[in-house]
Design a protein around this ligand. Structure first.
Ligand code: KIV
Length: 290
């Protein structure tokens, strides 16, 4: 048995089996270092296309290129050992046809080593979800507030707050489950509707701004750590790292300006046997113990 097999990574079917059981814990991760820190505590890590806004300063997720997702996805796989890694398909990489979606999703799987991909859309993406799943690519669906459609929705708008909107969203949930998605993210949707959908479909629902009754929860890591000054209502800040970073950087700047950093313990002394003049010792002087 090799060392790699001792820690078994979670798979898409492992996540599906958790329907109705102990809540599924997940967070976004964009790089190897944070993936390594959070890997022991989560069931899956999502390399979300939110990285475009969080890490690269874009106004929305729309401009995120496929190559960027692949670069971050591979880093998260390298940094983690046990969580399933799910990589988001960015806008424009899967909507055109199931065959194009397959080509790009296969690239993501091969080049990152991730265990699944996620794509946005309900009924309209069902055919693609089936096509990918039947060809070996586990798909996590994403319905409700779908950020890649921000330009059609006219903003990041909570879904299902009027009962008249429910039927279409429930149909989306049923369609992705029926098409073979192994789980579905319910984002930015009325609490009652998310709870209802969770009861209706046979695959796990992963809530973000949805309901505590969902089968699991996800948050953007930087939001819950307090690194993002402006967060939506549904984010609970479990840490205040933004303040901690500012305090640390302020102290660093003060110490550099005061020449108190680096202190003696942070610099390298000369080795004892290396003479300060740089000239090698003669055999005679070495023997004399100089
Ligand atoms: O891109 C992302 O981070 C996501 C989560 C918010 C679900 O899709």
């Amino acid at each position: 048995m090799s060392y790699q097999t001792e820690i078994r990574r979670q798979t898409a079917p492992d996540i599906t089996k958790r329907k109705g059981g102990e809540p599924i814990v997940s967070l976004t991760a964009y790089h190897a270092h944070t993936a390594q820190i959070i890997d022991p505590y989560v069931d899956f890590l999502l390399v979300g296309d939110s990285l475009g806004m969080v890490m690269h300063g874009y106004e929305s997720t729309v401009p995120v290129p496929l190559d960027l997702m692949i670069m971050h996805g591979a880093a998260v796989v390298r940094g983690s050992r046990r969580a399933l890694v799910v990589v988001d398909m960015p806008f424009g990489s899967y909507e055109e046809s199931p065959a194009i979606a397959f080509r790009n999703a296969a690239r993501v799987m091969k080049e990152t080593g991730c265990g699944a991909i996620k794509l946005e859309g309900g009924t309209r993406m069902a055919e693609t979800i089936r096509y990918l799943t039947e060809r070996g690519i586990p798909v996590m669906a994403h319905i409700g507030l779908t950020p890649q459609s921000v330009n059609v929705m006219g903003g990041f708008k909570t879904q299902g707050r009027r009962q008249g909107e429910w039927a279409a969203i429930e149909a989306d949930a049923a369609a992705v489950a029926e098409a073979g998605a192994f789980a579905v993210v319910l984002e930015g949707m009325a609490e009652l509707l998310a709870a209802r959908i969770t009861k209706q479909i046979p695959i796990p629902t992963i809530g973000i701004g949805a309901s505590v009754s969902c089968d699991g929860q996800i948050l953007v890591l930087e939001d819950m750590l307090g690194l993002n000054p402006r967060v939506p209502k549904f984010v609970k800040k479990f840490g205040e790292l933004g303040n901690a970073i500012e305090t640390a950087v302020k102290s660093y700047a003060e110490e550099v300006r005061a020449r108190s950093f680096p202190a003696p313990e942070h610099v390298y002394a000369m080795r004892a046997e290396a003479p300060a003049d740089g000239k090698p010792k003669s055999k005679k002087s070495k023997a004399a113990g100089e």
